[in-house]
Ligand binder design. Structure first.
Ligand code: IVH
Length: 690
């Protein structure tokens, strides 16, 4: 119980937490279960019985709330939501339940008397909070007086004070520049800002508020508002008074729509201006709310659904290095496997030795691991307070772990160290071959990391030059691609040692890959700095490998989307004999080395830059680019002032928002097809609703 209490104080206060929110939730749950089994042990001041943090020796005046400020019970799965609905007798789909974002800020109670803001009080222990009126008055979105025709004599308006994520990031950048310690997260920062002794400091923090509940309410002589009978009505009333309310609140009926809402908001959680850690569900009908009542700490008519954690703690067991296809040596963390945002994570890149230093992580540290947004896990930093003294510093190796060659910076001042032995370093060769098989390159199914390693280890391939010369005979020498015992499949008998179905599939796929467009062949060469965008630009401009090879550095640099760095890299690449041999042997094996321009495609997008975002029905990510480029347009990946059109598909995120803020015309899929067919004239006006 003491541990829960300590972490609770850190959570609600401005001291950085030493455990993650998810660990706190688990700890609290454990205590709850224990108390449920042994009710005789429950103490009145147990964290499960009280609301918020009880400590408050901070110099702010204590103020008693007219009506208690409640906390919320948590649910961590859809089943727990269903159980809650059943518990309160609302599982039938005919009772509206209001769903809204659970804002990760700190709760505040704003008291208005005769329409005038008289007090702002933190939650405190739920009964008594701290008077932070002077600081609340610096928050611009909180009105000094209530508007509308129904202004009560007294009302306590409850909501959440937060620091927008962008403001938080800016503040931390500034602190780092001044050599000061950054804040742990926006919530702690908001708490620290609201409890500043000097309101002028608070005023410099762009705090904001969203309101979502009423405490005490006395209409006095005023006419009670007719909409006050439902939760959704309360939001309309709050808005009428001039209070900020959530734009995302929705009254839904039945578990299906509710589950849809939870999933949708979770997918979009990073598109909101503030952090959210879940969804709050509330019975809409306030008469039913009153009937259901509350426990000592939380209402029965509401529940908080917590998203799976995006930030967790785990142990950094080791730091190792990986040698990539361009020889770059990248340190990465090996961690005790941990679930974060729905998947198990064991490895996370640490980029380079400077990043390891900057993050200050030691082997053995408890680290904060984050999976922000979509996919890539990131080690945020160590939990210094959890160190035992047994941690040790990591040192960057000086020799390549794969071939032993001394590592070096390619240019002075480079952040990365590289293995210069591109021709013979096994790790680099394996990675290059696997890369050729990847979707962004020649897309050869079966040819992944494992197959590439097997081909090199068996000595069948010395490097990628022989890839398209592979025969069934060759694969018999690769254990991964041969049958261990006799088999009969689909009526065909095969003997041990024969090439497996998988091996045969790879050969078929390699044969098909010879027909891939030129840009994919260029990508597959692993020329430094030459990714899909530069490759496409080169293929469009030169139309054949021979022309790229013959082009001067100047010619190359003149291509839109290429530039001097890429031009130099391409030029140097073709000056190396074993590189040229790769191209020659691939060509001899039938790999396509030229694109014929399809004369039937009109160049309707000449000079236009188009960004596509979200998913479209008739296009894949690649085919949408293909469609733009083949018509002479530029397919860009980020929206800027120079973007001519943004094509917006389903579930588009921040790019659509950026386009809107920059006033870049947005096209739906139908309008995009008109643009492709007829050029910009066809979508000149009314682009957005086209
Ligand atoms: S309603 C009587 N709605 O979450 C119900 N709370 O973990 C009172 N919170 O104490 C709370 N977003 O500080 C409600 N949309 C929302 C919320 C919200 C964030 C906070 C609030 C509450 C805590 C419980």
């Amino acid at each position: 119980m003491q541990r829960v209490e300590e972490h609770r104080a850190r959570y609600y206060g401005e001291d950085a937490p030493t455990i993650s929110d998810a660990e706190y939730d688990a700890l609290e749950r454990e205590l709850k279960d224990l108390e449920a089994e042994h009710p005789e042990l429950v103490e009145p001041d147990s964290p499960t019985q009280v609301v918020g943090s009880a400590r408050g020796e901070t110099g702010f005046a204590s103020v008693q709330h007219r009506e208690r400020m409640m906390s919320l019970d948590n649910a961590f799965s859809i089943e727990e939501i269903e159980a809650w609905l059943a518990r309160i007798g609302r599982e039938a789909g005919d009772h509206p339940i209001v769903c809204e974002p659970k804002i990760d800020g700190l709760s505040i109670s704003l008291t208005y008397e005769d329409g005038t803001l008289v007090r702002g009080v933190t939650r405190g222990d739920g009964t008594t909070g701290e008077d932070v009126t002077a600081n609340v008055l610096t928050i611009p979105s909180i009105p000094r007086s209530l508007g509308g025709d129904h202004v009560p004599a007294v009302v306590e308006i409850r909501g959440e004070v937060f620091l927008p994520i962008e403001a938080f990031e800016r503040l931390n950048e500034a602190l780092l520049e001044e050599g000061k310690a950054p804040y742990a997260n926006p919530r702690n920062t908001a708490a620290g800002s609201l409890r500043q002794k000097d309101p002028e400091v608070t005023a410099q923090r762009p705090l904001d508020v969203t309101t979502y509940a009423l405490g005490a309410l006395e209409w006095g002589d005023a006419e009670p508002h007719p909409s006050i009978g439902t939760q959704s009505g309360i939001y309309a009333v709050l808005a009428e008074w001039g209070m900020p309310v959530s734009a995302f609140a929705q009254a839904l009926r039945g578990i299906g729509p509710i589950e849809g809402y939870l999933k949708d908001l979770e997918a979009r959680r990073h598109d909101l201006v503030h952090e959210i850690d879940g969804v709050v569900l509330k019975v809409d009908d306030r008469a039913v709310q009153a009937e259901l009542g509350s426990t000592s700490r939380a209402p029965r008519w509401a529940i908080a659904y917590k998203f799976p954690p995006e930030e967790v703690h785990t142990t950094l067991e080791d730091i190792r290095v990986d040698v990539g296809r361009t020889g770059r040596v990248t340190p990465y963390g090996v961690m005790t496997p941990v679930t974060v945002a729905g998947s198990t994570v064991t490895f996370a890149t640490l980029h380079n030795k400077h990043e390891v230093k900057r993050k200050g992580v030691l082997i053995g540290d408890t680290v904060v691991l984050r999976k922000a947004g979509d996919v890539i896990p990131e080690i945020v930093g160590p939990v210094v307070a959890a160190r035992t003294g047994a941690e040790r510093e990591w040192e960057m190796p000086t020799a390549c772990p794969s071939c032993g060659t001394a590592l070096a910076e390619q240019k002075e001042g480079d952040k990365d160290l590289r293995c210069p032995n591109a021709q013979a370093c096994p790790a680099q060769i394996v990675d290059r071959i696997a890369f050729i098989g990847s979707r962004g390159a020649l897309d050869v199914e079966v040819l992944g990391e494992k197959a590439a390693a097997a081909l090199v280890e068996s000595g069948v391939l010395v490097n990628e030059a022989g890839l398209f010369e592979l025969t069934e005979q060759d694969l018999r020498r690769v254990p991964l691609f041969t049958l261990e015992s006799d088999s009969k499949k689909d009526g065909i008998e095969r003997k041990a040692g024969d090439v497996s179905t998988n091996g045969l599939r790879m050969l078929d796929n390699l044969a098909a890959a010879r027909e891939q467009p030129l840009w994919r062949v260029i990508v597959s060469l692993s020329i430094r700095h030459v990714g899909p965008t530069a490759s496409r630009a080169l293929a469009t401009a030169f139309e054949s490998m021979d022309a790229v090879r013959a082009a001067s550095e100047e010619d190359l640099a003149a291509v839109e989307g290429v530039g001097p760095v890429i031009a130099e890299s391409v030029r140097q690449w073709f000056e190396v004999d074993w590189h040229v041999e790769i191209v020659d042997r691939w060509a001899a094996a039938g790999v396509r080395m030229a694109d014929e321009r399809d004369a039937s495609i009109e160049r309707t997008l000449e000079g236009l830059t188009v960004v596509a975002t979200g998913s479209l029905e008739g296009f894949t990510r690649d085919s949408v680019k293909e469609a733009i480029i083949s018509r002479g347009g530029k397919a860009a990946s980020s929206v800027s002032k120079n973007t001519d059109f943004v094509v917006v598909g389903a579930n588009a995120g921040s790019k659509a928002a950026k386009a809107e803020s920059l006033g870049v015309p947005m096209l739906d899929e139908a309008a995009f097809e008109r643009l492709l067919a007829q050029g910009p004239g066809a979508v000149a006006d009314g682009a957005a609703d086209g």
